[in-house]
Design a binder for this molecule. Sequence first.
Ligand code: PCA
Length: 455
Amino acid sequence: MRILLTGFTPFLDVDVNPTALIIEHMATQHYPGLEIIAEVLPTMYDTAGARIEALITEHTPDSVVCLGVAQGRSAINLECVARNRDSTTRPDNAGAIRDDTPIIPDGAETYLATLPLARFQAALTGQGIPVVYSDDAGAYVCNHVFYRARHALEQQGRAIPCGFIHVPGIGEEPPGLPLATMIAAVEMCLHEIAASLNDSQPAHTGKLNYDALAAQYARSRGIHPAVLNSLAMTGGVTSSSKVAEIGCGTGNYINGLVTHTDCAGWGIDPSNEMLAYARQQPTALHIQPGFAHETGLPPGLFDLVYSVDVIHHLDDTAAYFREAYRLLRPGGKICTVTDSEAIIRTRQPLSTHFPETIAPELARYPHIADLESSMSQVGFQGIEQQAAEDRTRLTDISAYREKVFSALHLIAEEDFQRGLAHLEAELQEKGAVVRVSRYVLLWGIKPVDQRPRIT
Ligand code: PCA
């Protein structure tokens, strides 16, 4: 697999461009199975733009990753959008200043990155490396090269993963990052590209590899291998299944199901921002905007309709069940993955360390018994609950420090601080904090028509 990897020279007041150092380092390394074409581009609009096009044409890479520095940003920035615009008051290294100038006259206004950004995000977060999505790559030379790379590939009809990553300046303290951390981050991204390209090769044996699935997903926060396994197995998902996820968000679960079962996958979500990320998942998904009560999908098509962590966001849960019933073929299954009262009360470490979260969370989540009666009113049969549980040892609790879990925003600051101190002490003492993620999967079946068949 061949990956084109570029960085930039120093420019303006940036005397040391970390991306040039990353490129120099990686050009000397050997990565099994990866051929890296590494080059430092001059920080000049026209020369760099022409060069990236020439490199793409000459080397026909399987993926293109361009790097640049954005001083002052404090995390690895996964750029989502390239814009057809050069516009800055600062000159490039050739002295060119551009004011609101299109890069390609009559070219597309924007191109989205086609790299597996959600995988990058999960992998870096898993290693405690600060990472954010960005929808502004600037209007200077970096955006220019990003746009021209995407444009060239579009022109050549080559749908390969291509995008841009901005790194912070070098430094031991924020907003800087140590060079070694940046190198590790870029290596992980290349590894994720290789893994995603391998995943999407149609080399399926027909047998599901749940162990590989678990290993792959255990790393990423928000994906629970036990949930994914249960969806696939109890849902009876095979390569001929049609599966729809309601409220798919960035598409991690539906991508996981498609990756490991080869089923056909649909993802519906009301958030266009989320859908933009879902569309960058490495598998071929049918991603479209829609609501739980009005998905816009055709009736009677699906073997499995499911949602994960969505039901407590809905105003009208009965309307979600009615819509799912409409989408399913007779004999098709619905699965709603949520938290029961018992689970909310015993979440570890959330409820054990921040017990004040329990009451507001109980108020937010619908009761399982109410969901069950709503399902049977809609006509579902075979309603049953299934438990799924994952245990992990957390050595990094920054997600709690940063209140990544919305429940932590529902409690008083002093209660939050007390819980955090307790958590920090436990981490200090034991070297890790046990997290237990438990879910209940609420299943139902759309009955098969019982009328006698006319033969
Ligand atoms: N950063 C600049 C250009 C070169 C670089 O490394 C940018 O963000 O446009």
